[in-house]
Design a protein around this ligand. Structure first.
Ligand SMILES: Nc1ncnc2c1ncn2[C@@H]1O[C@H](COP(=O)(O)OP(=O)(O)OP(=O)(O)O)[C@@H](O)[C@H]1O
Ligand SMILES: [Mg+2]
Length: 415
């Protein structure tokens, strides 16, 4: 009996490392989830950058062990997700002449066009992480989703190209490798949550996925089944916490606790006289604070984050203009009132995103902060399907060959 393929993803976030294990379902090609593991990054990672190698390796090992225990399977490789506001995306065009005008456009022509799109100048300290072909043009005909089989002389591709700072990415990869795990592929987190929470129809209609994380907030806009724009806002839940600590004169630990236990984005729903007695939750902070003030501080920062999300929408003229609205994921999306504040600020319908159409232990991950790790697993299963789940070991750590990683996947990446 053939064994089903097991794959794992690892989301290295600013506050948590999450590992998800799945078995690829032969029929749907989607992973059935069989295990998960989580560990706080402690003082190993800050704003998605490694600041303490040993702490990071320990956290990685701990999340892996948890996941292996639950899945009952050893993990040797992961699809690794990396984040941070150094992750940037640009749109680039690649044009090629098809070899024989009479011949049909082949997958090889598409590969060449995508390679041409990648020939944009990425500074030496940045690494290409992902190339997503958005649409093609054959001669004068534009807006083609998959041109193989069509006839034409000139093939143009418009691609969404995501890169990140090489040292930041390499440091994370080194920690994973030192924890004894190989990396199938390194994927920018910004494109992951959408794979877990969006339906095909939402992607067609036009939608934005906003992942409210700890160190940053990612924005990924989809339309006509493909990515239109992505960006990273350098603010997240930890900024809310530090505002609370400063505003209410508490320690960071107390601020985090009261934010989660008493916080809301809607100060107008809190009574003026409602007080929080800090001595009940802290030995250091023993004063009382106004819950309304807490809510005002939280609202102000979330509002700022949503205004920055709005800027990202405006960059592609979609401010207030996406029919399927906003899908919120990430731990900071658990703040009460966040839907109302986002709706008001972004002028769009808003929902919290939950994993769609997965089987397995998914109910254990009924939490928007797992969307990135689950989405990475979906990306992983697509790579596996196209047979390019490439495994790196440290000796052949050659990052100049990203172009090769794109070849052959093209069809899988297309809507
Ligand atoms: N119940 C809650 N209410 C409000 N905020 C919450 C809640 N639970 C967690 N958070 C906040 O969510 C943030 C963590 O979210 P998440 O786990 O998605 O981040 P991360 O993936 O570790 O970081 P990043 O994606 O920025 O690298 C923290 O700032 C935390 O305070
Ligand atoms: Mg995250």
């Amino acid at each position: 009996m053939s064994r089903n393929k097991i794959i794992a993803s690892m989301d290295i976030g600013s506050s948590k490392i999450r590992v998800v294990v799945g078995v690829i379902d032969e029929k749907t090609g989607l992973p059935n989830i069989i295990g998960m593991g989580i560990a706080p990054t402690g003082s190993g990672i800050r704003k998605s950058q490694v600041i303490d190698v040993e702490e990071t390796i320990n956290a990685i090992s701990s999340a892996l062990e948890d996941a292996e225990r639950m899945a009952g399977e050893p993990i040797h490789h992961v699809y690794l997700g990396v984040g941070g506001h150094h992750i940037e995306a640009v749109s680039s065009k690649g044009v090629i002449a098809t070899n024989h005008p009479s011949r049909e456009i082949s997958e090889e022509d598409i590969d060449r066009a995508i390679e041409a799109a990648q020939a944009l100048s990425i500074p030496a300290n940045r690494r290409l992480l992902k190339v997503v072909p958005k649409s093609f043009a054959v001669d004068e005909q534009r807006g083609i989703k998959y041109p193989v089989g069509m006839n034409g002389i000139r093939l143009e591709v418009e691609a969404h190209i995501i890169s990140g700072l090489t040292p930041s990415i390499t440091n994370i990869e080194k920690c994973v490798l030192q924890a004894g795990i190989d990396i199938n592929a390194t994927i920018p987190n910004v494109i992951a949550p959408a794979e877990a929470v969006l339906t095909k129809r939402q992607k067609e209609l036009g939608v934005v996925v906003v992942d409210l994380g700890c160190g940053s907030t990612t924005v990924a806009i989809f339309e006509e089944g493909t990515i239109l724009h992505s960006g990273v806002v350098p603010l997240g839940g930890e900024n809310v916490t530090s505002d609370v600590a400063i505003g209410l004169k508490t320690t960071i630990e107390t601020a985090e606790r009261i934010k989660i236990e008493y916080g809301t984005c809607l100060p107008e729903e809190v009574q003026e006289r409602e007080l929080i007695d800090l001595s009940l939750i802290s030995k250091i902070d023993i004063h009382q604070v106004s819950r309304k003030t807490l809510a005002q501080i939280i609202q102000a920062r979330y509002h700022e984050v949503f205004m920055m999300v709005r800027n990202e929408l405006a960059k592609v003229n979609r401010d207030g203009m996406l029919p399927a609205g906003v899908i919120l994921t990430g731990g900071a999306a658990k703040m009460p009132g966040v839907i109302d504040l986002a709706r008001e600020t972004l002028n769009l319908p808003v929902q919290i995103g939950f994993p769609q159409n997965f089987e397995g232990i998914i109910e254990k991950m009924d939490d928007p902060s797992y969307s990135t790790a689950i989405g990475l697993l979906v990306h992983g299963s697509k790579y596996e399907e196209s047979g390019s789940g490439i495994s790196f070991d440290f000796s052949k750590f050659n990052f100049g060959k990203t172009a090769d990683l794109v070849k052959g996947w093209v069809k899988n990446l297309l809507p």
